[in-house]
Design a protein around this ligand. Structure first.
Ligand SMILES: *[C@@H]1O[C@H](CO)[C@@H](O)[C@H](O)[C@H]1NC(C)=O
Ligand SMILES: *[C@@H]1O[C@H](CO)[C@@H](O)[C@H](O)[C@H]1NC(C)=O
Length: 205
């Protein structure tokens, strides 16, 4: 009993260490300034991706601002393809912003505007934050086990699947099923590039 507790604690400490250590290494490398410049017009999406701040979506519920952000979509695509970046994390942030933008400017636009009241609620942000936080801890542990050769890639896919289910349940409870579908799709877009790369079956499309 106490031994397994110690093991779990050790895992968490190691995972935390890896995250901090890797983040420091990424910063030490080229910070991909060109790619960061591509993302400058989308601070709310970068917040959503890097800080799990789903409330950042609320700023996009103003039609005029949404249109302005969406008008920069083509420029982003071009900018991403012409900005070399060898940082794993930065590359995925760029792809995720691209994927998220495509959804909220297209298929997701209606649910973003019609359920606007939902995305500024504190319990909306809090609920989705808890889901993301759990995912991050689980992916840290999966990363650790992967490096120790003990995890298969499907472990990551399960963690992502759980994240999306968690988001849906939470938002359906606080807001509506329309808002829940929308938010699940948005979070799906934020992890799509990574999930596709590791070959998660539900991200093949
Ligand atoms: C951005 O997303 C669009 C639509 O999904 C895709 O066609 C395009 O290739 C993406 N751009 C990059 C640089 O990945
Ligand atoms: C939510 O998504 C499910 C499955 O994709 C769909 O059947 C349902 O009609 C959607 N609900 C709303 C309110 O859009």
């Amino acid at each position: 009993m106490s031994c397994s507790w110690l093991f779990v604690l050790l895992l968490f400490i190691c995972a935390e260490y890896l995250v901090v250590h890797c983040a420091a290494r990424e910063r030490g490398k080229k910070g991909c300034p060109e790619l960061k410049k591509c993302l400058e017009p989308f601070p709310m999406l970068v917040d959503l991706l890097e800080k799990d701040k789903s409330g950042a979506l609320a700023t996009l519920t103003y039609g005029v601002l949404l249109d302005s952000v969406c008008s920069k979509q083509a420029a982003l695509k071009l900018c991403l393809t012409t900005s070399p970046c060898h940082s794993f994390k930065q590359t995925y942030v760029g792809l995720a912003v691209n994927d998220t933008l495509e959804y909220i400017c297209g298929e997701g636009r209606d649910a973003l505007l019609s359920e606007a009241g939902c995305y500024s609620r504190d319990d909306f942000e809090w609920g989705t934050y808890q889901c993301s936080r759990t995912m991050r801890l689980e992916t840290d542990i999966a990363t650790l086990q992967d490096q120790a050769g003990k995890a298969d890639k499907t472990r990551f896919c399960r963690v992502f699947d759980n994240l999306l289910k968690c988001i849906h349940v939470n938002v359906e409870r606080t807001c509506s099923s329309k808002a829940a579908n929308f938010t699940r799709s948005v979070f799906g877009k934020t992890i799509k590039a990574f999930a596709k790369k590791i070959g998660c079956p539900f991200f093949k499309l």
